[in-house]
Design a protein around this ligand. Structure first.
Ligand SMILES: Cc1cc2nc3c(=O)[nH]c(=O)nc-3n(C[C@H](O)[C@H](O)[C@H](O)COP(=O)(O)O)c2cc1C
Length: 344
């Protein structure tokens, strides 16, 4: 899959998920294989230019995190073109404009889904961003937009908006098949994503409710989309991209990783946090939240979850996970047995 000049190794994208898809998680997913593109979580354009510490941490990328998109949000009053140029200077290989965030803090005044309500002004804003990015990068960096279907079912703006964005130089759109008013409830409407695909020539990336490798194929077949973005599914199973890429390449579904391999992924995530997280407090918070997601596919690992939730340092999280891995390796605990869990 190609987005403007940017060739992706696979048509599989890790979604931005604020609070989760930071540098370490993007690196983890990439190491697992199959990721064509990953992007930062949404970044406030003003905060970037003011050098706000937390926003700069969220914008961090490195050579193991490539190609990396940076996702910006803001409205017509905000310095989005300038923030896009900043992002290019700080490692972005693609600039994505958030047109889908439904959260009040963003959508009530700053941008996100608000941009779906006044498409004319969104077009003017995007045109300024596209022009700035083209001039700043010499045409090497594509601009994309990530949108929902529309604010509500009475306003299915995505096909026309995608067509208009294409006409001013946007090089791909991602469509999350829900309305803003739905937040994350109900099911993503893949049929309507297909309507957007048919409205434009540029690649459309389908998104919503892909949690298994087979869903990637199903979504591509149902919509004709060129790529698939996975969000919450990847929080549980960061190896989903590897399995989906193999399925696309061979038509065969590969084995799910074993419990031991899944625990090794948890250990690796902690290790990446130890090396790359800018702040231990945030990293601890992130891992405590994340183990609940990982745990959903790992069977009876309650003691491991408890140790991670109660750990007061990344070091003790790492130790608890290593102990658990050793027990698994030695066959002291089994995937299906919780009998000796108390030994930990
Ligand atoms: C907690 C949370 C935070 C999110 N943050 C962002 C974000 O920063 N930028 C964005 O474009 N979408 C964001 N999303 C939406 C996801 O990128 C994705 O469109 C949505 O979760 C549907 O895909 P999925 O079913 O694969 O998760 C967020 C979703 C969740 C649940």
């Amino acid at each position: 899959m190609k987005i403007g000049p940017l060739q992706l190794e696979t048509p599989l994208l890790l979604a931005p998920i604020a609070g989760h898809c930071d540098l370490t998680f993007r690196m983890l997913c990439r190491e697992q294989g199959g990721v064509g593109l990953a992007s930062t979580d949404l970044l406030n354009s003003r905060a970037i230019l003011m050098g706000a510490r937390r926003t700069l941490e969220l914008a961090a990328t490195n050579e193991h995190d490539s190609p990396c998109g940076m996702q910006l949000y803001g409205n017509s009053e905000d310095p989005l073109p300038e923030a896009a140029c900043w992002a290019i200077d700080h490692g972005a290989k693609l600039i994505d404009i958030n047109m889908g965030c439904p959260v009040d803090k963003v959508a009530k005044k700053h941008g996100g889904s608000l941009l779906l309500r006044d498409c004319l002004s969104t077009m003017r804003l995007t045109e300024r961003i596209v022009d700035a990015v083209r001039a700043h990068s010499g045409g090497t960096i594509p601009v994309t937009a990530k949108m929902r279907l529309g604010w509500d079912p009475e306003h299915f703006v995505a096909p026309q908006l995608a067509r208009d964005l294409e006409s001013i130089g946007v090089q791909a759109v991602t469509v999350h098949g829900r309305w803003t008013v739905q937040f994350f409830s109900g099911k993503a409407d893949w049929g309507r994503i297909g309507e957007v695909v048919r409205a434009v020539q540029i690649p459309v990336i389908g998104n919503g409710d892909v949690t298994e490798p087979e869903h990637v194929v199903d979504l591509m077949r149902a919509t004709g989309c060129a790529g698939v973005m996975v969000g919450r599914g990847a929080l549980r199973t960061p190896w989903i991209f590897r399995r989906a890429a193999a399925l696309l390449a061979t038509g065969v579904v590969s084995e799910e990783p074993s419990l031991l391999e899944k625990c090794q992924v948890v250990a690796r995530h902690i290790e990446l946090l130890q090396r790359y997280a800018p702040c231990e407090r945030h990293a601890l918070h992130a891992m405590r939240a994340r183990i609940a997601w990982y745990g959903k596919t790992m069977g009876p690992i309650k003691p491991l979850k408890e140790s991670i939730r109660l750990a007061e340092s990344l070091e003790s999280m790492a130790t608890a996970t290593e102990n658990w891995i050793q027990q698994l390796d030695q066959g002291v605990v089994h995937q299906s047995s919780s009998a000796i869990l108390t030994q930990l």
